[in-house]
Design a protein around this ligand. Structure first.
Ligand code: ATR
Length: 291
């Protein structure tokens, strides 16, 4: 992509992605094209960061107006903020930091929660083709979250808020137990998940990086296990667009929701907090449909 660099000057606001790795992110394309189309004087850059606390201290001038945070910094980011939104505090993870213009303080938010849960709800509504349904289609369902990191916490918290029963499955059982106690749910180790066949409708959400490019042959739950017991499978990974987990879930008849849908949903909120402008949703969808 080619951007009009002539608009970059001393009053340009700098935004960026803090993570490790950051090369796969679609954020730069999405935000820079939106800034351009809105005539907003900003630029969005990926920052490959080794130490988030040091990074935020170094780049503390008002020009550095906001950051998205990704793997592995969503929990550490919370500790680096001067103030944290109550929802992000309950989740225990921050994936958006905005510098308050009045005093330069860093305010932390979590936008994963909104993006992912609404994409899953839309998937479930489509499944039943219910129009005018009141309440969340997640209410009363069993919601299995794989992973207990920042994204896992966001999904577990969000599903619980919508009235689902939550089960956390994680490689390190202790972390699953900790998160389950925090949100009020049950815990499993990842290996136990293969033999988990309770009654009732189940939804599965992978929040780990398993299956992410370049390790596209990996999956947190192979097809031969109990994948067919889930009506909807969500994967936070969006490179590739259809992960092995999603492909195998489709093969056994589940509805699938990809990480791209979560990414676009959370990006609307990030853009609005970065710029104070409504997100150009059509443009976002158009850009992402190219991937
Ligand atoms: P994020 O904040 O984006 O969620 P994170 O905090 O690094 O990222 O969390 C990553 C999660 O993915 C963890 O739950 C991790 O499991 P552990 O708690 O056992 O470390 C899980 N994870 C990452 N890679 C994994 C792999 N190859 N196999 C199983 N679990 C993995």
């Amino acid at each position: 992509d080619v951007y009009d660099l002539r608009r970059i000057g001393s009053d340009t606001k700098i935004f960026g992605l803090i993570g490790k790795p950051v090369g796969h992110s679609k954020g730069p394309v999405l935000y820079n094209r939106a800034f351009e189309s809105d005539g907003f004087n900003g630029v969005y850059v990926p920052f490959l960061v080794d130490d988030i606390a040091k990074f935020l201290k170094t780049y503390s001038s008002p020009d550095f107006a906001g950051f998205s945070c990704t793997i592995p910094y969503k929990e550490e980011a919370l500790k680096c903020c001067d103030d944290v939104d109550p929802i992000a505090k309950s989740i225990g993870a921050v994936n958006l930091i905005v510098r308050r213009p009045s005093d330069g303080k860093l305010i932390g938010y979590n936008t994963d929660y909104v993006g992912a849960i609404s994409a899953i709800e839309d998937g479930l509504r489509g499944l039943r083709n219910i129009k005018g349904e009141t309440g969340s289609p997640l209410a009363g369902k069993l919601f299995v979250v794989i992973g207990a990191g920042g994204a896992g916490k966001a999904l577990a918290y969000g599903a619980k808020e919508k009235g689902a029963r939550v089960v956390i499955a994680n490689r390190t059982y202790e972390k699953a137990r900790e998160l389950a106690d925090l949100v009020g749910g049950d815990a499993l180790s990842l290996s136990e998940l293969e033999n988990f066949h309770p009654e009732g409708e189940m939804i599965l959400a992978n929040t780990t990086s398993i299956g992410m490019h370049p390790k596209i042959d990996e999956t947190p739950l192979p097809k031969h296990a109990c994948l067919s017991t889930y009506s909807l499978v969500f994967d936070a990974v969006y490179t590739p667009k259809i992960t092995r987990l999603l492909r195998e879930a489709q093969e056994v008849g589940a509805v699938t929701v990809g990480g791209l849908e979560m990414f676009v949903g959370q990006a609307y909120e990030q853009y609005e907090r970065f710029t104070g402008l409504p997100a150009p949703k059509e443009l976002f969808r158009e850009i992402m449909s190219d991937y």
